[in-house]
Design a protein around this ligand. Structure first.
Ligand code: HEM
Length: 504
């Protein structure tokens, strides 16, 4: 067709009208395919949703500020879309307790359909506890709690292990007495990893042991990544040019897997049903008993559950301890009052034991205040709506991902007077009894509440009180200005700081 012919072909057709029609058609298609929601939030695009914002949320170290900015724009309940998946942020004690506890069963699953989560489970070889749902989750979680009762919390063997650990931490601090310490995080990570290690594998390492340091490095790799709601898990091409990559998490998981595989095969070889030594032996018993239910207890699930417990139990506890001493050097009067209480109730000649806890209310209240303000896990872990439901009048379709802001409960002005102030006294009444426990939820609440809570609380209490008993912690220079804004990866840790420890 020559040009003259082509021109005559369009003669009589209004090209402007066609152009407008095409634009309207495309705009309608775009509008119809945009993810929609009842809940306020930024405009989401077809296919991608709010991928850039989600990436920003994952990679920003100032996650608290990110959530504050979004709240200012869209209100306390807002949403973003990771591709087609809606993520709803729930804030304030009323809504958070409703979602996690009162109607916890409606929101108790994990979003295992998210590619970032699937990828992690693939590396592990199975789901363990943290990202399992249904009967598999229930069975393994029940097992972990039972093992903790058997070998952990309340058992003198675990207390002895923790006290041994504290002796080694004290030796480490003694070696640098009066000098500037900038790596308290490392000391605390070593201690908490060793504690959980002794519970799972039946023994602990000396601090300078190479295997222990490699184990810690693997756990750090898992926690330094973007977390599970990763944009690059959904669109792997993004790995090429975004910081939001999953590489370190994958590497950490593979290293942990290798380490644990070696221990499991050793346990299988030496297994003696009349001498159950640790969590792995217990699992081998359960595995045999549950042979009918291979989907719950099987070798891959054992391995994945151990990875979960090692990873979940190390970084969280260490980070809380790291925060604790930062608060203590900022508030020397609180530190002094804890020390006076410990000296009065325990005396100078022995270590603090778990049985001393009920006499050390002020020290206990101080740890509670530290957890309230430190918020190691600001948004808990993702949950998912298991059915169509509502939150605070907003429609929540099945499979909506829910991020419950634990920090918003801890800073809720309707519960706490001057919530940003550090004041352990808010957890004590006039008779020195602990109060206001129900609104302190650093371990979350409801069906998914952290199964390691009792173990972690024992560790925190023993390490914190014994170190205060032995050492005076202070700023290196009284003029040092400390920031209490956290740095977020998977957990939220204190920004780097320096301190010194002098034997008392
Ligand atoms: C200070 C220390 C700790 C803190 C602040 C903490 C906090 C949390 C939080 C907020 C969750 C998410 C709960 C939810 O989804 O609603 C969780 C889950 C979990 N934690 Fe901890 N945790 C700590 C120590 C531990 C320890 C020592 C263990 C080791 C046994 C552990 C094992 C787990 C496991 C396995 C889960 C997943 C539970 C499930 O999905 O059913 N945590 N933790």
């Amino acid at each position: 067709m020559d040009v003259a012919h082509a021109y005559s072909y369009f003669e009589g057709i209004d090209l402007t009208a066609i152009f407008i029609f095409v634009i309207i058609f495309l705009a309608t298609v775009l509008w119809m395919t945009c993810p929609k929601s009842d809940i306020p939030g930024p405009r989401a695009w077809p296919i991608f949703g709010n991928i850039l914002l989600v990436t920003q949320f994952n990679s920003t170290q100032k996650r608290v500020k990110f959530v504050e900015d979004m709240t200012r724009k869209y209100g306390p309940m807002f949403r973003m879309f990771l591709g087609p998946y809606q993520i709803v942020f729930v804030q304030g004690h009323k809504n958070v307790l409703d979602v996690l506890s009162k109607r916890g069963r409606e929101f108790m699953d994990r979003p295992t359909f998210i590619p970032g989560i699937k990828l992690g489970e693939k590396v592990k070889g199975s789901s363990g506890i943290v990202f399992a749902n249904g009967d598999a989750w229930k069975g393994r979680r029940r097992f972990a709690l039972q093992a903790m009762r058997e070998f952990g919390v309340g058992k003198s063997s675990l207390e002895e292990h923790i006290l041994e650990e504290i002796e080694e931490v004290a030796d480490d601090l003694e070696k640098v007495k009066g000098e500037e310490i900038t790596n308290l995080t490392k000391v605390m990570t070593t201690a908490s990893c060793n504690n959980i290690h002794s519970f799972i594998f039946g023994y602990r390492y000396k601090h300078d042991n190479e295997s222990l340091q490699q184990l810690i490095k693997a756990i750090e790799d898992i926690f330094s990544g973007p977390g599970t709601l990763s944009a690059s898990g959904l669109f792997p091409l993004l790995n090429l040019f975004m910081i939001d990559d999953l590489k370190s998490r994958k590497e950490g998981l593979s290293k942990l897997k290798k380490y644990i595989e070696k221990h499991i095969s050793e346990h299988r070889e030496l297994f003696d049903p009349d001498n159950i030594r640790d969590l792995i032996d217990m699992y081998l018993v359960a595995e045999k008993e549950e042979s009918e239910q291979k989907s719950v207890m099987n070798p891959a699930a054992l391995l994945a559950s151990i990875i979960d417990m090692l990873a979940a139990g190390t970084d969280t506890t260490a980070t809380t301890l790291d925060w604790s001493f930062k608060w203590m050097i900022q508030y020397p009067d609180v530190q002094k009052r804890c020390q006076e209480e410990i000296t009065k109730e325990v005396g100078p000649g022995r270590m603090v034991r778990l049985s001393d806890r009920r006499h050390l209310s002020y020290t206990e209240a101080t740890l509670m205040e530290i957890q309230r303000l430190s918020n190691t896990s600001i948004l808990s872990l993702p949950h998912v709506a298991v059915c169509d439901t509502t939150i605070n009048g907003f429609k929540i379709p099945k499979n909506t991902i829910i991020m419950s802001s634990l920090i918003s409960v801890h800073l809720d002005e309707t519960i706490w007077k001057s919530p940003k102030e550090f004041n352990p006294g808010r957890f004590l009444n006039e008779s020195n009894d602990i109060i206001n426990k129900e609104y302190l939820i650093p371990f979350s609440i409801g069906p998914r509440i952290c199964p390691g809570e009792s173990l972690a609380r024992s560790e925190l209490f023993l390490i914190f009180s014994n170190l205060l008993h032995r050492f005076e912690f202070s700023k290196v220079d009284p003029d040092d200005i400390l920031s209490f804004e956290g740095v977020s990866t998977v957990t939220t840790s204190p920004s780097p700081y320096r301190l010194k420890a002098e034997p008392r």
